[in-house]
Design a protein around this ligand. Structure first.
Ligand SMILES: Cc1cc2nc3c(=O)[nH]c(=O)nc-3n(C[C@H](O)[C@H](O)[C@H](O)COP(=O)(O)OP(=O)(O)OC[C@H]3O[C@@H](n4cnc5c(N)ncnc54)[C@H](O)[C@@H]3O)c2cc1C
Length: 392
């Protein structure tokens, strides 16, 4: 079968790219997914949607994406599950300058956000301990969404625009000649395309290997713990990112909270998703460690019940920002990988940006060079106001 564009990977990244290509008239498009749409790391995401970033391009992308996720029915014709609960990021004295800088930059770019002193934080979060807290930044209109629903909304909307959706279809090898991909061998036959989009997430190094391309993406393991909150802490709470205590948390309904780390354990990087056991259970050791961290900020959480958890993987680049753009080595390969643990909230902007570049349009969101892989060969890494991590 021959297509104008074949997108490999039906996570939030690939589904969004496929939708914007199909809906903007890029021709005959296929979305190829070895499992089902949203069953990769998208399905393991806590799906926090915030606009706090250190650089202008990422803030622009997060703002554009938030607008679409918030109004997904109107923008794309299906739900995203966006829930506005607000987002607070806590900084100690060491991160105060970075926090202030980011908030100023966000305001300049049109994000509704403000700095809060510890007393103001207590007004929003009655259970909080503000010990060691220099200030917080507050985005009242941020929150979280449903990542699988969002990916499925994009894929279904793309199908309505003529997309060929191929689930249970794995790309097993890549036919390359010189600087071009000629075709993809899949479990459903050979697919040929003018452009191949690699949106394979934590499986990207396997795809790069099949294509004969090098990319500095490492795979890291992350654990999410689910807490059953004590009765006196029930109801919705804002999403919280606590830099001094290295965790973030978001509500999951009225009684539960998902919790993960801002900087995961970087001591054991992998190259392939298969280096890790995705079915591994999150045990009492992790629950104890996370419980101690969250109870420092919310003493009431010492009474929370451990309600399980799951393991997820991040595809991490050297500067914790995605790689978006045509490959330097293979002219018809477009990469959208290295989401570095924070790619869900950016998926609408990534889809628009990728479709702009592939269709040869002038893109208005950011300068496409900012996220191009060239930055690694040119040692021009993006900077962060904090240590590199999911809040970059
Ligand atoms: C625990 C965890 C928490 C997170 N929390 C957040 C958060 O709060 N906010 C946020 O913005 N982001 C978060 N993220 C990151 C976010 O979920 C991802 O960056 C985002 O969903 C984009 O994923 P993706 O589409 O790039 O990859 P995936 O969803 O993994 O999609 C890639 C797809 O490619 C398919 N595939 C791979 N190889 C092949 C092949 N050879 N042939 C066919 N198909 C193939 C896979 O089956 C998979 O479905 C989190 C991630 C994890 C793991």
């Amino acid at each position: 079968m021959r297509f104008d564009v074949v997108v490999v990977g039906g996570g939030s990244t690939g589904s969004s790219i496929a939708y914007y290509l199909a809906s903007r008239g890029a021709g005959k498009i296929a979305l190829v997914e070895k499992q089902r749409v949203g069953w990769g790391q998208t399905g393991r995401s806590t799906a926090v949607v915030r606009m706090h970033y250190s650089t202008e391009p990422l803030i622009r992308m997060a703002l554009e994406s938030w607008k679409i996720l918030r109004d997904m029915e109107k923008a794309v014709g299906g739900p995203s599950g966006f829930t506005e609960v607000g987002f607070l990021i806590f900084a100690g004295p060491e991160d105060l300058d970075g926090l202030k800088r980011n908030v100023e930059l966000q305001k300049k770019l049109g994000v509704e956000t403000r700095l809060l002193d510890p007393e103001e934080v207590e007004e929003i979060l009655p259970h909080v301990s503000t010990e060691g807290l220099a200030a917080a930044a507050y985005e009242p209109h941020s929150g979280y969404a449903d990542p699988v629903t969002t990916a499925q909304t994009y894929a279904s909307a793309a199908v309505r625009e003529g997309l060929v959706l191929m689930e249970d279809c794995e790309v097993s090898s890549v036919r390359r000649q010189g600087r071009r991909i000629l075709g993809l061998e899949t479990s459903k036959g050979l697919l040929e395309a003018d452009v191949v989009v690699n949106a394979t997430g934590v499986w990207c190094n396997r795809f790069f290997e099949m294509t004969g391309v090098e990319m500095p993406v490492k795979i890291y393991r992350e654990e999410i713990v689910v807490w059953k909150r004590p009765a006196r802490f029930e109801g919705n709470h804002p999403v919280v990112g606590d830099l001094p205590n290295n965790y973030y948390m978001r509500p999951a309904g009225e009684t539960q909270t998902y919790m993960g780390s801002i900087n995961p354990d970087l001591s054991k990087p992998g190259r392939y998703a298969t280096d890790f056991d995705l079915e591994e259970r999150v045990g009492i050791e992790t629950a104890t460690k996370y419980g101690e961290a969250v109870s420092k900020r919310f003493p009431v959480m010492a009474e929370a019940g451990f309600a399980g958890g799951w393991v997820g993987l991040y595809d991490v680049t050297p500067d914790w920002l995605p790689v978006i753009g045509f490959s330097q080595d293979v002219e018809n390969l477009f990469n959208a990988v290295g989401m570095s643990g924070h790619g869900f909230k950016l998926c609408p902007a990534i889809g628009i940006l990728a479709s702009d570049i592939i269709m040869g349009k002038k893109t208005s969101i950011i300068d496409p060079l900012f996220l191009h892989e060239k930055r690694f060969t040119e040692k021009r890494y993006a900077t962060s106001s904090y240590r590199y991590g999911v809040i970059s």
